[in-house]
Design a protein around this ligand. Sequence first.
Ligand code: NAD
Length: 400
Amino acid sequence: MMHFIQSRRHFMVMTGAGLAAAPWVAGCATAEGAALPAKAIGRPWPDWGELPDSPPPAPKEGSVGVAVVALGGYAIGKVMPALAASDRCHLAAVVSGNPDKAAKVAAAYGLPEDAIYSYDNFDQIAGDDRIEAVYIVLPTGLHAEWTEKAFAAGKHVMCEKPMALSSEECERMIAASEAAGKKLMIGYRCHFEPFNLRAMELMRDGAIGPIRMIDTAHQYMMGPTNVSENWRVVRALAGGGPLEDYGLYSLQAALYLTGEMPVSLKAATKKPANDPRFEQIFSTLTAELTFPSGAVTQLATSYNAPDSKNMIHVEGETGTLHMSPATSYDGQKMTLTRNGVSEDLVPGDPNVQFARMCDHFGQAVREGTTILTPGEMGLRDVRLMEAIYRSAAEGREIRL
Ligand code: NAD
């Protein structure tokens, strides 16, 4: 059985290969290695989240030293606490364009001043043995460029999701990893989160019979903003918008719950006129994906939805699995219904996902173990998103 699961995962990771780039996606991405804009677009420091009251304890023996690149909301809110909680990785350095912020964050985590790097002297991490790996938490359009720089410096890389904005960028990142002989992992935290892991297990075990339908939505109402203040609405940094950022959780779930790759898909996008939030990106995307087993996924994602949703609903031939919130940082709820009887399942604490992901990465770096969410998986998903956008642009079903 184990062999089958591993083979199937390998198959799923690899079979994105036949998908081609959507023209506009390739065009909008910073494929040629865009320089960082002089001024970062986003919330001003110090609106980034909590710093620890006291530095974490000394790292465990054999723990992998990680430099975190970009000190934004996710880095400070989740990545650094996860590194502090991990047994196999620890924060060894920070890379930031803001010296004041970097100094405060470094002090809070007990890092010495010489463990603070800027984007200008980033290349010098090559000679810093405290740093074995780099965690890229930059806006998505900058992932490829800085991942390549990290590999050039001889470090392993953990890169946040989505991997990049075009399959061409993803391919470059994988090639750089291979050339450097270093690991590349994508920060797909749901693969380390107890509710989603239990959902995968239930589906593999046929708990609700063959899957007929997955209805999944990741959406919310984005507050007033525009391209000069929020990178998430800038096409060169965010791609098409909600799909890459949030809908990707729906897409991933469809793949890891069915255990299949879609054979065809049809998608549509919305972009309201005269809304500064959606000058460059789509507000909403819906897609229908059909799988070889006949299972169908209805996917919705939006930054312009009056009702927030973080939901996965799976309908099988003999029952249903409902998750809402399904892929949050915390607070997951999951109900399994079989033969008319419903039970709420609480397989663990969702909060462990962040540190477990770091542990998995650290183990792969130290022991050479296989990464569950490698660059090939990120590439597979970006190829699918390209096909989704192509379907929407051409107004037709795409066969994969
Ligand atoms: P953020 O806006 O909070 O932080 C972005 C950081 O990048 C800031 O420190 C900013 O100063 C810096 N930066 C450097 N160059 C920049 C530029 N040219 N424009 C804008 N910012 C620049 O963003 P975030 O929410 O932390 O997202 C960062 C990455 O993490 C994205 O790839 C996102 O998809 C990913 N993310 C993942 C999760 C998850 O649950 N896995 C959650 C949130 C974000």
